[in-house]
Design a protein around this ligand. Structure first.
Ligand code: AMP
Ligand code: FES
Ligand code: ZN
Ligand code: ZN
Length: 313
């Protein structure tokens, strides 16, 4: 790449980050990336060295990079892959993604839990969605509900201290843009790199929330991790992708603007700007009941949304 030199050893650089005014050779980029992850974990008090960690892996670049970095940092970290039963004519998306997650686990001697949704619940995500969404085509809402339920169930049943996902800065900034457009104060309040454990909910953390997507991609490429390159076929045309495109265009003109948007929000949030008025006295208060079927916490008086969805099949 051009004539850039490594900020650390002055050798030829292979990756440059304009917003950080840094460029690195391969070994120094890998080192920098691991170091930055460790800093974020420390800054937000995400987990302790003795915690048992469950990382949710999709088979893509971000989550395999996260698993790789966490075990290199010496954490006890197992993986969870959820097979959603998604495929299209020319792309066996869910099964291929599972292969990448399994290969990574086998190559590094790591433990991977697999939950196969069609096998366990009799229907794939698109089938669940077709039944429950009254004609709306995209299954992403149902998919999110099922993933959240399964992740929490496995983390809780298997006794993990913390559940981690690989949401990156591009993901977080796009979600933030969506929430800010309609001033969803309750969602803004809950958008944070750490969600503490609540009764029945495992602690959730996002150690990659300050990495640009191209930085996690560069880590996986330079580390030689093989991953599923295709996106979920249902993500095409989603609002989230549209926000990502918009933010990328802004970033081209003003390097660093995406980070600034997200980091300034976190500062404002910490200063108390997004505490809903009726919760101002007790930031975390949410009325939660226990689902009579699965035992997971729910705002519903009756069965949780997941159990209602499965039962209606
Ligand atoms: P997404 O909801 O697809 O934007 O993914 C956000 C995060 O959820 C990823 O970074 C992964 O950590 C996790 N994740 C996504 N899909 C799966 C899956 N099929 N199985 C397990 N974890 C997943
Ligand atoms: Fe869930 Fe695409 S990954 S609908
Ligand atoms: Zn170097
Ligand atoms: Zn339930």
């Amino acid at each position: 790449m051009g004539n850039y030199i490594c900020s650390k050893c002055r050798g030829p650089a292979v990756f440059r980050m304009r917003h950080h005014r840094l460029a690195f050779c391969q070994p120094h980029y890998l080192e920098w990336f691991i170091d930055q992850t460790a800093r974020v974990i420390e800054k937000y008090h995400m987990f302790a060295p003795t915690d048992r960690i469950l990382v949710a892996v999709s088979g893509g670049k971000d989550s395999l990079a996260l698993w790789d970095v966490l075990w290199r940092l010496g954490y006890s970290v197992d993986g969870l892959y959820i097979n959603l039963g998604i495929s299209s004519e020319d792309d066996d998306y869910s099964n291929e993604s599972q292969d990448y997650a399994e290969d990574f686990a086998n190559q590094n001697g790591l433990k991977l839990h697999v939950v196969d949704i069609p096998q366990q619940y009799g229907e794939s995500i698109p089938q669940f969605a077709a039944r429950s969404q009254r004609g709306r085509i995209k299954p992403c809402g149902v998919c999110g509900l099922i993933k959240r339920h399964v992740m929490n169930r496995v983390a809780r049943d298997e006794g993990y201290d913390v559940l981690t996902t690989a949401h990156n800065l591009d993901d977080e900034a796009a979600v933030l843009m969506g929430n800010a457009m309609t001033w969803q104060v309750d969602l803004l309040q809950r958008q944070y790199p750490v969600l503490p454990a609540e009764d029945g909910f495992t602690r959730k953390v996002k150690p990659f929330c300050r990495f640009y997507e191209r930085e996690t991609a560069a880590y996986s490429l330079l580390r030689g991790i093989e991953y599923e390159e295709d996106e979920c076929p249902f993500s095409i045309g989603s609002k989230q992708l549209a926000y990502k495109d918009l933010l990328n265009k802004m970033e081209e003109n003003t390097p660093g603007i995406k980070m600034n948007f997200y980091a300034s929000f976190l500062n404002a949030r910490s200063a108390g700007y997004f505490i809903p008025h009726n919760q101002a006295d007790n930031e975390q208060s949410r009325e939660l009941n226990k689902c009579p079927i699965c035992g997971q916490p729910t705002a519903s008086e009756d069965a949780c949304a997941f159990c209602r969805l499965v039962k209606a099949g």
